[in-house]
Write a protein that binds this ligand. Structure first.
Ligand SMILES: [Zn+2]
Length: 394
């Protein structure tokens, strides 16, 4: 039997799990998932041949597979360098930790190199390895460039955007732009016309400039707070405006390194359950020992699981989505909101919510199973259990 058909049939018995994205108390959710997990277990048993400890599903958390819309690499390889097989391995690494849909994020690099990378990754998107591309650059602020290579930052330019868009062959989903740069408004409008989500990030914009960018069509925030002018009570800057505007979804790196837990809770409350997006922003060192790595052209040292440039700037994360989920739970975010932020909301932003991002009949059977301590137990992608099941790393 086609495993996808099988799993959709299984998931037909889980209609209420879709309410994960609604408001439920922890007790209500426990009851729903207890019942549904038992049903899933029985159906999978009936189906027979799936290589997962289904007997243990009883009473555990079944959530939609994660949709991580901001990832540079993991498991020792990356999307920003190396071969198509290296990029495949990075996607495969994150899949084992629950990311059933992954967006490959590029960092600032020479334009011709970015075009070549976009073309290579578009090929992987056509194969279904990645769900699309995110250009984190090159139109970013030098003052807030974080771990981006300042040598290759460009002033926003519609012709350059169009070259990159063409190279990505329809798979460019998101572009991060600093709206205060001259020419940014034209690029924002061109990207919106092309159906690309415009994210504000790596920016030193004022509140006024940020608001104008949202008026021009920007609808997303790249790792809110990180790589942007901080919030001040008389100059709320990008953080204040992006949180305030209802049409904007906000990425958060909930890895315990990039943001204080208090800030994570504040953002989650301000954004509400439909506008929060959990990401890893992971680079090659995710899942790997401490040591020397690269993020694009930049040398990165990882110590104690924290990736930094030599000058101390945090350079991406070493997190997996399984670890982000665990951290978000520990920070006190409600589980339904976490499930929405890790799956449903990014799927909607990426325009793939008709296929993934929820446990609902008719969607791909992508799901993750966690035990009561929020340790990852199993991952199913398109109806196939991935093995081996693994403990989340950081
Ligand atoms: Zn990034």
């Amino acid at each position: 039997m086609d495993p996808r058909a099988l799993s959709v049939r299984v998931l037909l018995h889980l209609p209420r799990v879709a309410t994960l994205t609604g408001e439920m108390t922890r007790d209500q959710l426990d009851r729903e998932l207890f019942h549904n997990s038992r049903q899933l277990r029985e159906d999978v048993r009936e189906a027979g041949d799936l290589a997962v400890p289904v007997a243990d599903l009883h009473g555990q958390w079944v959530l939609p597979g994660f949709v991580d819309m901001h990832v540079h690499g993991g498991g020792g390889t990356s999307f920003t360098q190396g071969s198509a097989d290296d990029a495949r391995r990075a996607a495969e690494f994150h899949r084992r930790y629950g990311t059933t849909s992954i967006v490959a994020s590029l960092v600032t690099a020479p334009l011709a190199e970015l075009e070549a990378r976009a073309a290579l990754l578009a090929g992987l998107a056509a194969e279904g390895v990645v769900a699309g591309l995110h250009l984190e650059g090159p139109f970013l602020s030098a003052a807030r460039c974080g771990a981006q290579d300042p040598r290759y930052l460009l002033a926003p330019d519609v012709a350059a955007f169009e070259r990159l868009h063409a190279a990505a062959a329809g798979y460019l989903k998101v572009i991060t732009i600093a709206p205060e740069l001259p020419g940014a408004t034209e690029v924002i409008k061109a990207a919106v016309r092309a159906g690309v989500t415009v994210a504000i990030g790596h920016t030193d914009a004022t509140a006024e400039v940020t608001a104008a960018a949202v008026d021009a069509g920007a609808t997303h925030a790249t790792h809110l707070c990180n790589g942007m002018r901080p919030l001040h009570h008389r100059e709320p800057g990008p953080v204040g405006v992006l949180l305030d505007r209802e049409e904007v979804t906000c990425e958060v790196i909930a890895d315990g390194v990039h943001l204080h837990d208090t800030v994570i809770r504040l953002i989650a409350r301000a954004a509400g359950p439909a506008r929060l997006v959990l990401i890893t922003d992971a680079m090659a060192a995710a899942g790997m020992p401490d040591g020397a790595y690269q993020l694009g052209s930049m040398q990165v040292d990882v110590a104690g699981g924290v990736a930094r440039l030599a000058r101390g700037t945090i350079a991406g994360s070493t997190a997996t989505m399984a670890a982000v989920l665990g951290h978000a739970v520990a920070a006190g975010l409600p589980l339904p909101g976490i499930a929405a932020a890790a799956s449903t909301n990014p799927a909607r932003v990426l325009g793939i919510g008709d296929r993934v991002g929820a446990l609902r009949p008719g969607l791909d059977a992508d799901l993750v199973v966690f035990d009561e301590e929020f340790r990852l137990r199993a991952v199913m992608r398109q109806g196939r259990w991935l093995s081996p099941c693994c403990e989340p790393t950081r």
